[in-house]
Design a binder for this molecule. Sequence first.
Ligand SMILES: NC(=O)c1ccc[n+]([C@@H]2O[C@H](COP(=O)([O-])OP(=O)(O)OC[C@H]3O[C@@H](n4cnc5c(N)ncnc54)[C@H](O)[C@@H]3O)[C@@H](O)[C@H]2O)c1
Ligand SMILES: O=C(O)[C@H](O)COP(=O)(O)O
Length: 472
Amino acid sequence: MTIPRDIIPLSNTVVPSSPSLSAFFNAGASPSYETSYFPVVPKKQLKPFNTGDIRILLLEDIDRTARELLQKEGYQVESHTSSLRDSELAEKIRDVHVIGIRSKTKLTASVLDHAENLLAIGCFCIGTDQVDLEYAAKRGVTVFNSPFSNSRSVAELVIAEVIMLARRICDKSMEMHFGTWQKGSTRSREIRGKVLGIIGYGHIGSQLSVLAESMGMSVLFYDVVPLMAIGKAKQVKSLAELLVSSDFVTLHVPETLETRDLIGRTELETMKKGSYLINASRGCVVDLQALCEVMRSGHLAGAALDVFPREPSDDGPYFNEDLARWVTEIRDLPNIILTPHIGGSTEEAQEAIGAEVGGALLRYINFGCTIGAANMPEVTLRSLTVAEESHLRVIFIHQNRPGVLRQVNDILGDHNVDKQMSDSRGDIAYMMADISKVDSTEVQALYTKLEVLSCEIPKFLSPLRPYFGSTR
Ligand SMILES: NC(=O)c1ccc[n+]([C@@H]2O[C@H](COP(=O)([O-])OP(=O)(O)OC[C@H]3O[C@@H](n4cnc5c(N)ncnc54)[C@H](O)[C@@H]3O)[C@@H](O)[C@H]2O)c1
Ligand SMILES: O=C(O)[C@H](O)COP(=O)(O)O
């Protein structure tokens, strides 16, 4: 029996013969591995399969911490410093088992349709809006991200921008660069005692709240859910209330249908005269044309933009029409800070993200653990040890509907199910079971039965995901 390629993490470049089960039986004690953040693989665990068969594509200059972690595990890792053009992405994603991206690479349903062996996506950033999470789950592809490793970096950038806007530092610096000494205190202010209005009081917003208060600012925040205020911060009931009361308004919401153009002309005009706007969330959240016009009218005293509706895929001169059209106008206005989406780009944040997402991918690929997944139920079982070398771990991703689990368990029931965990998230369910004392012939028989069962489930669910057998 051959196992369909879409459900077997084997690469025909490393295993030149046709894909077979053998790779799942290359058990042996895994080298112990620890990062400085947390242990990834506890000592004395079984190595699930020939890890050299796993192919990983890392895009967008993902930190070397991740690359080294994955390479050390034996995976084949290909790294690129930028994102890829559509056609190249479609080609490269075809064979890989894992793809690592940051905020630029769009993994839409049509891109994912090119992926024949994909098991997991690592978003080495906070945002997951660039991935069609639901479609990935339906294809049995698990997505991981790093929910807060760069939050502090963004919060620090915003604090810096609040001060720079209040003192018009960018303009002053530019004047000096171009040979003008222009001392003066007009329209330069302290931030102490001013009101910072935070829209979106999540990881970044709440971290920023602490920093702002420690500098003597008062904090108001608006969020769609009631949240515990930190320090003396106060949650307001409406966006309008925040806008009319704040000296600085800063955005920290995710990109969703609701947040698109959240700040348009009406909202900008509702802001206090002489106030400032900061956007380090997503470019689509602010209507740039309206911002241009409201800035030109002198209603706002300044703005800082770190994100744009469309961003170039590579470093260098930017030609993106949308970005350039408004930036061309905006950059001629006074007191505007423009940065190339660097809120989370610090060495500390990137290293932490590399370790976190790299570790999550490793635990998923090797052991099927979905803890921290952005689109799957969270399921884990303790790892198998050398004493359990004849165990087989079966992962079964399926549609969350009555009867599927019973059918799976009917099949597993011919063996001793040592441990099992199952959970669902929306329409997707994830079952993990360790069955003991299985030899390779039995595994093949088991897979055959599960394959037949899988045919009863819509193909797009890619329901069967056998991970590893550890018999020698
Ligand atoms: N510039 C950068 O480099 C950079 C770095 C990290 C994150 N980000 C962006 O910042 C966003 C926020 O990050 P986070 O870690 O704080 O996210 P988070 O999920 O912890 O917090 C987001 C908050 O926004 C709230 N929210 C959602 N919709 C809202 C709406 N319509 N109005 C008001 N509040 C709303 C949520 O309830 C939540 O409390 C990310 O989704 C990402 O897009 C940008
Ligand atoms: O979502 C994020 O974490 C930020 O937007 C940072 O994205 P980046 O990793 O592409 O800089």
